[in-house]
Design a protein around this ligand. Structure first.
Ligand SMILES: C[S@@+](CC[C@H](N)C(=O)[O-])C[C@H]1O[C@@H](n2cnc3c(N)ncnc32)[C@H](O)[C@@H]1O
Ligand SMILES: [Zn+2]
Length: 277
């Protein structure tokens, strides 16, 4: 038996890894899927049968990342963790795995969408991919992680504090003020409310976390037709835009858009609060 830093979603006892399953000492057992991922999502922990992003959104996201349009963001995330080469990293709300797949270390990706995790597991073999609800108890032992990454995903600040090591880093990726402003204007989707996203994220993490670094990334990309369609499909703020407006934008052969992104690095304010020993 190989003890891991994973814990059982039923009883919180440590999970031991076997060839094709994980088990706890109370006899709860979780099979590894044929793609290699682990499903720790209990039926009462999901609001619908297939929670999280669906297959079409996941595939649009995968194609968009593969097109290279977010490469500067990928590089910035790699840079933010490059001084921690052997760390244990969790990407919570990891989607199809692009950002975590670009990092090194002992990596865990959690997402509530089975399709996302399946897609991630098919491409990135050296990562432990887990279907779980990141807004419930995270399936990790206390203070076992060096880095938690959360990019454009829901944040569970209490659980981040419990599972991060005392000197661990929380890295948040949030949209910057002008992110996709051209598309937001064309699709009349919240054209102005991105100004405060980074401040809001930092405030929501306080008082458990203190901001240590803030990096703003701003650049323009000329999107082709396929990229425009994928970006609209993968971006939640456009899901409520009118079908007519979307149809019109998707007729464009190209569109220059602003990518504006903020990477926040935070540390625990008072690790002793969560490290009583
Ligand atoms: C906008 S996508 C970002 C995905 C990835 N971080 C990226 O940047 O490509 C948000 C992701 O959060 C996931 N998600 C939503 N609610 C979640 C929850 N409660 N627990 C874990 N993941 C969740 C969705 O399934 C989706 O993959
Ligand atoms: Zn158990």
């Amino acid at each position: 038996m190989n003890p891991s830093l994973l814990i059982c979603p039923v009883c919180s006892e440590p999970l031991a890894a076997h060839v094709k399953s994980y088990t706890c000492s109370n006899g709860h057992s979780f099979d590894t899927a044929k793609e290699g991922y682990l499903n720790l999502l209990l039926s009462h922990q999901r609001k619908s049968k297939n929670p999280g992003d669906d297959k079409a959104m996941i595939l649009a996201r995968r194609r968009f990342f593969d097109s290279g349009a977010f490469e500067p963001i990928t590089k910035a995330i790699q840079h933010a963790t490059s001084h921690l080469p052997h760390s244990t990293i969790l990407d919570c709300g990891c989607g199809e795995g692009h950002f975590l797949g670009a990092l090194s270390g002992t990596r865990f990706g959690v997402d509530v969408s089975k399709e996302a995790i399946r897609c991630a597991a098919k491409r990135y073999k050296d990562v432990t991919w887990i279907v779980a609800n990141g807004m419930r108890d995270l399936p990790f032992t206390d203070h076992s992680l060096d880095v938690i990454l959360s990019v454009l995903a829901p944040r569970n600040v209490e659980e981040f504090a419990r599972t991060l090591k005392a000197d661990g880093q929380l890295i948040l990726g949030v949209p910057g003020p002008n992110h996709l402003i051209e598309l937001r204007t064309l699709l009349t989707a919240n054209a102005s409310d991105f100004e405060e996203k980074a401040d809001e994220a930092a405030e929501k993490c306080a008082p458990l976390f203190k901001e240590k670094n803030r990096e703003a990334l701003n650049y323009e990309v000329l999107l082709n037709k396929a990229q425009i369609t994928d970006l609209i499909q993968m971006t939640p703020i456009f899901w409520n835009s009118s079908p007519e407006a979307k149809e019109e934008v998707q007729q464009l052969n190209e569109l220059s858009v602003t990518i504006s992104f903020v990477l926040l690095t935070l540390k625990q304010s008072d690790p002793t609060l969560h490290n009583p020993e």
